[in-house]
Design a protein around this ligand. Structure first.
Ligand SMILES: Cc1cc2nc3c(=O)[nH]c(=O)nc-3n(C[C@H](O)[C@H](O)[C@H](O)COP(=O)(O)OP(=O)(O)OC[C@H]3O[C@@H](n4cnc5c(N)ncnc54)[C@H](O)[C@@H]3O)c2cc1C
Ligand code: SF4
Length: 490
């Protein structure tokens, strides 16, 4: 522990951000880096706890106190080695993770948590700057061939790990470029796409082959893939969006959030858009759904020059702080103010959309809404909602974006051809920790298996699945478990 008084001397401080009025003028990232002095101070706040609860909060088991200490000592090679031993892509999680590690940080019991996510981002960016990040060339090649279907964070993590173990990996992607939701879901202002390109180049230099514009189950039959490879990993994501099938759903101006976000990401990368132009310029926009996707729609609509932006949440407004129902170190469901909210948006909680109302040309003109209240059971859980009397009204709206989540992976095509068994929620059935499907040689990970989740979980599942595939092919695995890595003495 570099500075035993760091947590008393320094408060939590985040790096500077461009002002909202300035940053909405373009789609670039707007968070700056710390000065050397600030980074040193922030890393010194870590107490190197006897039981570092931050580890347990992180799905990857990141070895946080050790890398904080290495940052404090300015030992960048060590910091990078520790971080990259558990996380293949800290440049993604360091930018967009909701940081469950920080919710579990011991310091956060009575003070603001250590800025773990920012420290992670600084380690990897400094490592790239100092040329410490190199392609991986295993000493022994096994001659085994593995196909990974889907190039989101789960597929990429599995590919990185398996190539490290000496296998020949081919990643198939139906989009024109690899990255999954990192590429065409998450907006550039949260994650600029050169960050993905930089990592893909490293993976290619580590002998991973990418085949884009190729849908397995359509362009290549699923059976052919299974026949031609020693193992297959399904990392196809949770791509079927939840719908809101109410009156007026068919009107022009009611769209899924992903259709809207993907278009803008493609526009930013000068990629051809084959669907009808979908922009918020001059429109009253209502985003239905209060999660990450909704928040990304708000940031995008403001950048496109929307006349107004509102966001609806079906639930009551969450509390500002932890309540007795969500004690430390659990991940609390509290009011989150994202950077997109800072840029301008009216948030309305406890509201239900009853109908989309159109004009004579079939264009959306308003939403019919009502306020709601929730009935709770004896455990305090929400059971059903009731409309508040006389609260029904119309809200002008020419663009309504449905950001109410994803139901499950697409079954027709690949999964159907393989006859993959799905669970009760229609996700691929493959037990956590085992990751094998009912089909011989076929494994599954990420959102396609666990349901819509987070980038950090996708990376974690990709790594764990790679180890299981390595064991399946070789009888044992050279890839370490996160527990073994955490027990290593640095
Ligand atoms: C708008 C939005 C914002 C988000 N923001 C955040 C955030 O800020 N932080 C966070 O942690 N998480 C966020 N998430 C969630 C996160 O992006 C996902 O949990 C994560 O990307 C899942 O990774 P995955 O690899 O399992 O699947 P995906 O990223 O969905 O990748 C699956 C890939 O498989 C491809 N594919 C599917 N079927 C086939 C086939 N048959 N043949 C070939 N390719 C195929 C798809 O084209 C896709 O590229 C966000 C999600 C969305 C939608
Ligand atoms: S819980 Fe917080 S203070 Fe303790 S070791 Fe982890 S990051 Fe440091």
């Amino acid at each position: 522990m570099g500075n035993p008084h760091g947590f008393q001397e320094f408060g939590r401080e985040l790096p500077g951000k461009k002002a909202p009025a300035e940053r909405v003028k373009n789609y670039n990232e707007f968070v700056s880096l710390y000065s050397d002095e600030k980074l040193n101070q922030q890393s010194s706040r870590c107490m190197n706890c006897g039981i570092p609860f931050c580890h347990s909060g992180c799905p990857l088991g990141n070895i946080i106190p050790e890398f904080n200490e290495a940052v404090y000592q300015k030992n960048w090679l060590l910091a990078y080695e520790i971080l990259s031993s558990t996380n293949n892509f800290p440049e993604f999680t360091g930018r967009i993770c909701p940081a469950p590690c920080e919710s579990a940080c011991v310091l956060s019991i009575n003070k603001p948590a250590v800025v773990i996510e920012e420290i992670e981002k600084h380690i990897i960016e400094i490592a790239f700057e100092k040329n410490l990040v190199k392609p991986y060339t295993p000493l022994i090649k096994t001659g085994k061939k593995i196909a990974v279907v889907g190039s989101g964070p789960a597929g990429l993590a599995a590919a990185a790990q398996l190539s490290k173990a000496g296998h020949m990996v081919t990643v198939y992607e139906r989009d024109d470029q690899p990255g999954g939701l990192l590429r065409y879901g998450i907006p550039d202002f949260k994650l600029e796409k050169w960050v993905i390109d930089r990592r893909i180049k490293l993976l290619e230099e580590s002998d991973v082959t990418f085949v884009c514009n190729t849908e397995i189950g359509k362009d290549i039959a699923a059976d052919d893939l299974v026949r031609n490879f020693d193992a297959v990993i399904l990392a196809t994501g949770s791509t079927v969006p939840r719908d809101l099938p109410i009156e007026g759903r068919e009107l022009n101006g009611v769209h899924f959030a992903m259709d809207y976000l993907t278009q803008q990401n493609k526009r930013n990368s000068n990629t051809t858009i084959n669907t009808a132009e979908l922009v918020a310029t001059g429109k009253n926009v209502i985003v239905i759904g209060s999660g990450d996707t909704g928040s990304d729609c708000i940031g995008t609509a403001n950048r496109q020059g929307a006349a107004s932006v509102k966001q609806f949440g079906l639930m009551a407004q969450p509390p500002a702080q932890r309540t007795t129902n969500m004690p430390w170190p659990s991940y609390p469901i509290i009011m989150q103010n994202s950077s997109s909210h800072e840029e301008g948006c009216e948030r309305i909680w406890g509201i239900s959309t009853k109908a989309f109302l159109g004009d004579e040309q079939g264009n959306l003109r308003a939403l019919k809404v009502t306020d709601i209240s929730w009935e709770l059971d004896e455990m305090g859980r929400r059971t059903k909602f009731i409309e508040v009397e006389d609260s029904e009204r119309e809200m002008p709206c020419e663009l309504a974006l449905l950001a109410i989540g994803f139901a499950h992976p697409q079954y027709n095509g690949l999964l159907e051809q393989l006859n993959v068994v799905v669970d009760q929620r229609n996700n691929i059935h493959a037990q956590e920790g085992v990751y094998r499907t009912n089909v011989s040689k076929v494994f599954a990970c990420g959102d396609a298996r666990r349901g819509q989740s987070l980038v950090v979980w996708a990376i974690s599942e990709g790594r764990e699945t790679a180890r299981k595939v390595d064991q399946f092919l070789m009888g044992h695995s050279v890839l370490e478990t996160k527990d073994a890595l955490a027990a290593f003495e640095y």
